[in-house]
Structures are given as structure tokens and as C-alpha cells.
Design a protein around this ligand. Structure first.
Ligand SMILES: Cc1cc2nc3c(=O)[nH]c(=O)nc-3n(C[C@H](O)[C@H](O)[C@H](O)COP(=O)(O)O)c2cc1C
Ligand SMILES: [Fe+2]
Ligand SMILES: [Fe+2]
Length: 393
């Protein structure tokens, strides 16, 4: 528990045991599920935390407000990492009302059997007085679920932003950011955005425009630190990523069974670095970097303007981890990227052509026909110096 201001308490928890967020995304530095209390004449809870943390959660609440009754539970977002203690909290506080929007109502019923009679339904811009201050609700659909809303507490300049501006990575005792916090979270924030929210760049842009008029002094998201000092950086990063804006550089994502495609990918990375081209390389089959795979590669796809996909031919197709990566790009509506494919085969190569075909579906600029080489990598079969020059542009 951490008191953040006169009225606001942080009552979130760190999850250091889960290894895969949403069953998919690695958590090398853990993740936090953030929940908050606004204690005024009335007491409002903003979201809850994931189940399994109920004891710590109740303890945090009791440290914050003792046994004061809770009047409202604001449900900004229904993904179970935040909502799975909703029914539990309703049982504990029989007088408490849920505050949510119309799209949330059937989800509360469907997940937790919660009856409409316990819900105060809010529309865009509606207000709820807590006494000396009021909560205002703004709908931000598809950031990253349809029911998502944010809660604005004007008296404190505080935006309870649901997953928006969230990041992977557990939070320290201070919770609120200080000098250097943003830089230490930047990579994990990019990975969180690209993995979880990445498909919804347009709705994020709509939400940013909608919230642009607010004089935000504090962002209380549902994952990661509370942002006070780095609001400009955090909002700027979300703005940049949701515009799919990138810098010159290369993200090499490869999969390899026996190391031949891997050798070509590594040689290309070395050549690019020699030329001074920023370059990240990701092993999608996890031999070198088992912690990140597609997840880390997606982060760098949101960073750099050029993608190199490298895959051996596998049963006349693309090696499955690389195909998964390409599908992850398609599903995130990645656009405006330069593209190059390479890969090893033994009797009839098809992976490079198939990768190019997938890149075409995303209207990528295919820089050259690619390099499909038989068996072992050698600079003669796959001229990485020439490829690096093409990629440098
Ligand atoms: C299960 C399996 C399926 C394969 N299918 C094909 C194929 O359809 N066409 C082909 O030319 N080579 C095929 N190969 C051979 C690989 O493409 C070849 O061994 C390549 O050099 C592997 O590259 P890597 O060392 O980067 O894993 C297959 C290999 C395996 C193990
Ligand atoms: Fe979510
Ligand atoms: Fe979340």
C-alpha cells in the first residue's frame, strides 16, 4: 500500500510468479496489477487485481482505509487480470455499487454472474460525486477491449487510465516514478504496448485526442508505476507507437532448427552493425533468448522501419515460429515497413517466397527478392554484405 495523495492510495500487487502474461507473453521482470482507492466522503475503488492475490489486496485496503465501507467499485476494464476479484469484493461489501458502462454490464453477468441491480451505468462524460471531488468517466473503446473506459479525477489532475500507459515489470515500493524510472521501463512498456495493445493504434489515437484537453498531473494505469514526472514521455511513447512511427533500423527475427538460417541472420546483424545501422536480432525458436521470442521481436518491429524475417523451409512451408511471428504482424495491422526475407533449405526452398507473400499482404516494401540458400550458410551463397547495403538504403 502506498499513499499517493490526500485522497488516493495505491493498493496494487506485484506478480513475481507468473511466467507468461495472457498465457503468451514472457514476464522476465514480473508485472503489477494496479488498483487504487479514492477516499473522500465516499470511498471508491478503481478496478481490482488478479485473483490469488485477494489476501494481500484486502490487507492493502485495510492499511489504506481501515474498515471504512467502500461505496463504489469502478470497473474501467473487464480483462480478468483486473476484474477477477469483482464478485469477491461485492460479497465483502454488500452495500457497494459497481460503476461501469453499458458494454460492461453483460460481461459482469457473463464472467461473474453479477446482477444489473448492483451496477450504476455511466455514459461518456458522466460524473459521480464522492463529496469534495467527482469522478468523470470517458469511454475509450478498443484500448484494448470494447468496454474500456478511463476515470478522471479533476481535483487531483489524475487519470485512472486502465491498461493505457501500462507496462510490464513489477513496481518498487515507491510506486510513483522518479528520475530514471521511465528509461528503466521504456523497453518493457514498448513490449507491453506491441504485444497487448499493438493492433489498436487507431482507437489509441482516438483516445489520446479525446483526453488531450485534460490537464493531467498523474497517470494511474493498471500496470507499472504511477507516472507523475514522466507524463510527457509516457504519453509521447504511446502516441508514437499508436501512429506506427518508427526510426531507421532493422529488426531481424529468425527461427532455425540446425543453425544454418541462424548463421546467416547473425552474419547479417554483424554486417549491419559494421555499417552503423541500428539492429536488433531475435531468435524466435528460443535457443538464444528463450525469454522473449515473438514478444521481444514485436517490440522492435514497433521501433525500427525494417524487418528481416529468416526461416528455413519446413515441410514446403515457413518454419512455424517464424510463421507465427509473421501472423503476429498481420494481426497487429503493422504497416509502412521495409522487408527482406532469407532462409536455408535442403531440397526445394519455399520459405523465402512464402515470407515475401505474407509481407505483400501487409503492403510492406519488399526490398529485394530475398536469399534462399541450400544447406549451410556461406557468404558466397548468401551475400550479407550486399544485403546489408540494401537494408541500409
Ligand atoms: C521437419 C523438417 C521439414 C523440412 N522440410 C523441408 C522442405 O519442405 N523443403 C526443403 O528444402 N527442406 C526441408 N527441410 C530441410 C531444412 O530446410 C534444412 O535442413 C535447413 O538447412 C534447415 O535450416 P536451419 O539449420 O536454419 O534449421 C526440412 C527439415 C525438417 C527437419
Ligand atoms: Fe487488458
Ligand atoms: Fe491489464
Amino acid at each position: 500500500m502506498k499513499k499517493i495523495s490526500e485522497r488516493i492510495y495505491y493498493i496494487g500487487v506485484n506478480d513475481d510468479t507468473k511466467t507468461l502474461f495472457e498465457g503468451l507473453w514472457p514476464l522476465p521482470y514480473g508485472v503489477s496489477y494496479n488498483s487504487y482507492i479514492v477516499a473522500d466522503e465516499k470511498v471508491a475503488l478503481i478496478d481490482t487485481v488478479e485473483h490469488d492475490f485477494e489476501e494481500e489486496y484486502l490487507e492493502n485496503i485495510s492499511q489504506a482505509i481501515g474498515d471504512r465501507p467502500i461505496d463504489y467499485l469502478v470497473v474501467n476494464h473487464m480483462e480478468p487480470d483486473h476484474s477477477s476479484l469483482t464478485a469477491y469484493m461485492l460479497d465483502k461489501h454488500p452495500q457497494m455499487k459497481i460503476v461501469a458502462n453499458a458494454k460492461t454490464v453483460p460481461m459482469l453477468k457473463g464472467y461473474y454472474g453479477i446482477d444489473e441491480s448492483r451496477i450504476l451505468v455511466m455514459k461518456d462524460g458522466d460524473r459521480l460525486s464522492l463529496g469534495s471531488c467527482e469522478l468523470i468517466f470517458y469511454m475509450v473503446p478498443m484500448v484494448h477491449w470494447p468496454e474500456t473506459m478511463v476515470t478522471w479525477l479533476a481535483e487531483e489532475g489524475t487519470l485512472f487510465s486502465a491498461d493505457a500507459f501500462g507496462t510490464f515489470g513489477a513496481v518498487n515500493q515507491d510506486v510513483v516514478d522518479s528520475e530514471g524510472t521511465f528509461e528503466s521501463f521504456r523497453d518493457e512498456m514498448m513490449r507491453y504496448y506491441s504485444n497487448i495493445v499493438g493492433k489498436y493504434g487507431t482507437p489509441v489515437q482516438t483516445a489520446l485526442k479525446k483526453l488531450a484537453g485534460l490537464d493531467i498531473k498523474r497517470i494511474c494505469s493498471t500496470h507499472g508505476p504511477v507516472w507523475e514526472k514522466s507524463i510527457g514521455e509516457v504519453v509521447g511513447l504511446y502516441d508514437k507507437m499508436s501512429r506506427y512511427e518508427v526510426e531507421r533500423g532493422v529488426c531481424i527475427a529468425y527461427g532455425s532448427m540446425y543453425g544454418n538460417t541462424a548463421a546467416a541472420a547473425a552474419a547479417l546483424a554483424e554486417e549491419l552493425r559494421r555499417l552503423g545501422v541500428p539492429c536488433a536480432i531475435h531468435d524466435l525458436a528460443g535457443n538464444v533468448n528463450p525469454g522473449l521470442r515473438v514478444s521481444g521481436a514485436l517490440r522492435d518491429v514497433f521501433k525500427y522501419d525494417t524487418i528481416v524475417a529468416a526461416s528455413p523451409t519446413y515441410n514446403n512451408g515457413i518454419f512455424p515460429p517464424v510463421e507465427t511471428f509473421m501472423k503476429a504482424l498481420q494481426s497487429r495491422l503493422i504497416k509502412g515497413r521495409r522487408f527482406y526475407a532469407l532462409g536455408s533449405y535442403t531440397w526445394a526452398g519455399s520459405s523465402v517466397n512464402l515470407l515475401n507473400a505474407m509481407a505483400e499482404t501487409m503492403n510492406f516494401e519488399i526490398l529485394a527478392s530475398g536469399c534462399s540458400f541450400a544447406q549451410a550458410y556461406s557468404p558466397e551463397k548468401c551475400n550479407v554484405a550486399e544485403i546489408a547495403t540494401i537494408l541500409k538504403g
